[in-house]
Design a protein around this ligand. Structure first.
Ligand code: 6MZ
Length: 380
């Protein structure tokens, strides 16, 4: 390696490490899309031993790099076969929180689709109980899952375990849950999910998401449930424009949810409308490029929204499925669009404004970033 190449590699390494150390807010992460490959392979082996699947076939699918949109949804069906047991759901929920906390995510909204599975004795409620059990089982970090009233004056930690007056403090991560309505669901199933969100509002559930294969289903099917959530005052985020469905994009913008995911395939008039509505956007760079929602990183609509000062936040979507991490998404923004460290810090900090958790959590997170600013000397 010549000297110049050596310098380039060292600079990239330093920047990647900086992005990991940066406190971050994750607002768009699907539970079953964020499972570790090692866990999926282990689960696949167990099912193969029982003769339910052929391990080698599944291994190839899990380890493959390319992920078109139709392939993603085939994979989710496979993941859901691997994760049907309550104990497995608990395990993956625990691991996903540990993984996000390990890269200094200080606030995490995980979204997941509550599932009925008669054969396993699983109801939407028991599925969510298993998820919540997983969040409570995390020991490596301090998970704040409920109302944070009592914690606003605590000293906050957002670095890898730090020494504080001689004691080692645990990292802290605020975790909240969004319940996803899958586009394959009926109106009645979607309504059940909204009612479940209401039932679990004291257990860390704070919002509703509409997701699933964008070429499946009709907006009118979910609208009554989304309307019901709106009436109940439950914040809503909607996957919008993953494919160019003009009628639906228009309807989603008219519905005006609290946040939107992706917004890839908007036409000029829709861009204009989105910008005038100022609906915060969950940007998923790697996911959009892999699934073809954006032609390339360089041509991703992040640049346009960022330059227009549109509210946005960087997210992973499915970090397991797309082999990415939130730190990597920040790194990609720096490497592709030339954002500086202060700009990246500001981007991470601004995401606090778009969280669905209450003002107490926002206040605590603002403190986290204020505290972190002192350590990130390049920022001030
Ligand atoms: C739309 C997606 C998605 O809910 O089982 N999901 N929906 N677009 C995407 N972009 C690639 N990625 C994930 O997590 C998996 C489910 O999340 C939705 C799909 O409905 C998928 O089945 P949970 O935890």
């Amino acid at each position: 390696m010549d000297a110049e190449m050596g310098r380039k590699v060292a600079k990239e390494k330093e920047m990647r490490e900086w992005c990991v150390a940066l406190p971050k807010v994750e607002l768009h992460a699907h539970l079953n899309g964020s499972v570790r490959n090692s866990t999926l392979l282990e689960l696949a082996k167990q099912l193969a031993d029982k003769g339910i699947i052929v391990f080698e076939d599944v291994k190839d699918v899990i380890m493959k790099n390319g992920r078109s949109l139709p392939e993603c949804f085939k994979l989710f069906d496979l993941f859901h076969i691997l994760t049907t047991e309550h104990d497995t759901v608990t395990r993956i929920a625990k691991e996903v929180v540990e993984d996000f906390a390990a890269e200094n995510v200080v606030y995490l909204e995980i979204r997941t689709t509550p599932k009925n599975n008669e054969a396993k004795g699983m109801t939407k409620r028991s599925y969510m109980d298993a998820v919540i059990k997983g969040l409570k089982a995390v020991e490596a970090v301090d998970v704040v899952l409920f109302d944070s009233n009592s914690r606003t004056n605590d000293t906050l930690a957002c670095t890898p375990t730090i020494e504080f007056d001689g004691d080692t403090m645990k990292k802290r991560i605020y975790v909240r849950l969004l319940l996803s309505i899958d586009r394959r669901e009926t109106t009645s199933a979607a309504l059940d999910t909204v009612n479940l969100a209401l039932e679990l509002k004291d257990q860390g559930v704070i919002g509703i998401d509409l997701s699933g294969n964008p070429v499946v289903g009709e907006w009118e099917t979910y609208l009554p449930a989304l309307q019901h959530a709106k009436e109940l005052g439950i914040p809503i985020t909607i996957h919008c424009g993953e494919v160019a469905n003009r009628k639906e994009i228009q309807a989603v913008l008219d519905f005006c949810p609290q946040r939107l995911g992706h917004v890839c395939c908007l036409n000029d008039a829709e861009w204009k409308k989105l910008k005038s509505l100022m609906i915060p956007v969950e940007i998923c760079l790697t996911s959009n490029v892999m699934t073809g929602g954006a032609p390339s990183l360089e041509l991703h609509h992040f640049a346009d929204l960022y330059n227009a000062k549109h509210p946005l936040s960087l997210c992973t979507d499915d970090c397991g499925l797309f082999s990415t991490s939130l730190s990597n998404e920040y790194y990609l923004v720096a490497a592709t669009f030339g954002l500086t460290k202060p700009e990246l810090f500001h981007l991470a900090q601004e995401a606090v404004h778009f969280i669905f958790a209450d003002e107490n959590v926002k206040k605590s997170l603002k403190e986290v970033f204020k505290h972190a600013e002192k350590r990130f000397d390049d920022v001030v």
